[in-house]
Design a protein around this ligand. Structure first.
Ligand code: SAJ
Length: 422
């Protein structure tokens, strides 16, 4: 069998690949753009999601995610007839796992990865390639994915190729980064790496770097942890500057004029399904060693509580029995619809329980906001509010008349947690 695979791989050229069938499991923030881009680059792709509603929406031409250019890409992929949709895994040459890996009490919940692997195992044939794109703790491929796939009866390594190619795209800029970013491809053997590289080589313009699976898993976690630690430092700088009584945004802006300093931006906390989660996978792998990683998580997780305290104090200072508070933004970051792990939402949920204030939230992007959150149109909120707290720097907030609002409401009642005010 190993010889067959070697021979098979030798003849594995671009022409053959163009006719290959790829089954992408999970049509979320990563799977949907990836399936679509593979389809528009000539592969026959089956996009699979067990959530029937997602499949129905896509069939009706409705893309369930706000992401620049995604609607057009999905439409083009479907029209090309190279992308079909299904709620069950189908036979294929290549399987790509793009399912979420949430965390539960600082430990990775790999149930979606396991479930995806089990459904692939039922259809696995010699010569197939399985690629894991989901972010996972170190050694997941070796200790979890391969044993499940081996349940199919195939010999691994040997009969089947397995690779880990962690996604690295930035929500809000996914379509560009899918093409331009370098990729890390970890494989269980050389043939796995080469085959996975050939798949990504169809659309990736960045460099494709080859390594083993555990290294690839760890690289991905280190990237997001690096960003989390840098943001934690920015949040710490903000707290220090507040204590000293100076403007943290000015301090960071000026420090960054140094050629080797690049401090990120303080904010109301760190959210999303990646940076707020992935560092915990490192802590889980090496709890004694990953001290700074844990501390950064704790600093960033505690930030919404500091924001809440500051808003509370400002409300109190108005002296009104029932002041009106407007929160600007609910999503985890600017210009996306995603509210997962959103620090803004955490803050909003706190105030939505209060009966001694008129509470309003303006966010035209946020999807799936709980119905007990009182959404208002931006202008209505701005005119009614006594206190305004900017939590997300959506583009429509950047161009607000901040000097005018400051003079109308009182500068002390405008709280800018993203540093957008001129
Ligand atoms: N944030 C700050 N200050 C900053 C930058 C971000 O407070 O200076 C906050 C954001 O407001 C947000 C959170 O951090 O709440 C995360 O936002 P982000 O834009 O930094 O990152 P994500 O989670 O949208 O995407 C990250 C990216 N990782 C890196 O840049 C190293 C992306 O490339 C990954 O593919 C993605 O995680 C992922 O899926 O892992």
């Amino acid at each position: 069998m190993a010889r067959f695979i070697r021979e098979f791989s030798k003849g594995y050229n671009q022409e053959l690949m163009a006719t290959e069938r790829i089954c992408v499991l999970g049509l979320g923030y990563i799977g949907l753009p990836t399936a679509s881009i593979l389809a528009t680059h000539g592969f026959d792709v089956v996009g699979v999601d067990k959530r029937k509603a997602v499949i129905d929406h896509l069939r009706q031409g409705r893309t369930p995610i706000e992401e620049p250019g995604l609607n057009t890409l999905v439409e083009a992929a479907l029209k090309s007839n190279h992308l079909s949709l299904n709620d069950e895994v189908q036979e294929a040459d290549v399987f790509m796992i793009c399912v979420p890996t949430p965390h539960e009490n600082a430990r990775a919940d790999l149930s979606f990865v396991r479930e995806a692997a089990q459904s692939i195992a039922r259809r696995l044939k010699p010569g197939n390639l399985v690629i894991l794109e989901s972010t996972v703790p170190p050694s997941t491929v070796e200790k979890i994915l391969i044993p499940i796939l081996a349940g199919s009866g195939q010999k691994i390594p040997g009969d089947v190729f397995v690779a880990h190619c962690p996604e690295r795209v930035l929500p809000g800029n996914i379509l560009t980064e899918l093409v331009t970013n370098d990729r890390i491809v970890g494989g269980i053997d050389e043939l796995s790496r080469e085959r996975a590289k050939a798949v990504y080589g169809r659309f990736v313009q960045g460099e494709i770097h080859l390594t083993d699976c555990t290294t690839a898993e760890t690289v991905k976690l280190i990237e997001n942890t690096f960003r989390d630690v840098n943001i934690a430092f920015a949040n710490e700088v903000e707290a220090v500057c507040r204590k000293i009584g100076i403007n943290a945004w000015d301090v960071i802006r000026l420090a960054n004029k140094h050629p080797r300093v690049n401090i990120l931006r303080p904010g109301p906390g760190v959210g999303g399904h990646c940076i707020a989660v992935d560092p915990w996978f490192l802590v889980e792998a090496a709890p004694e060693e990953a001290k700074m990683t844990r501390l950064a998580r704790e600093i960033n997780d505690a930030k919404p509580l500091r924001v809440i305290a500051e808003i509370e104090q400002t409300l109190k200072n108005t002296g009104k029995a029932k002041p009106a508070l407007l929160c600007l933004g609910a999503t985890y970051k600017a210009n996306v619809d995603d509210i997962r792990e959103s620090p803004a939402l955490h803050i909003i949920e706190h105030f939505s329980k209060r009966r001694d204030l008129t509470f309003m939230v303006a966010d035209a992007h946020a999807k799936n906001l709980n119905h007990n959150i009182p959404s208002v149109a931006l202008n209505e909120g701005l005119s009614k509010a006594d206190v305004i707290a900017l939590l997300v720097d959506h583009k429509e907030f950047l161009s607000l008349d901040w000097p005018g609002l400051r003079s109308r409401k009182g500068a002390e009642n405008i709280l800018d947690f993203k540093g957008v005010m001129p």
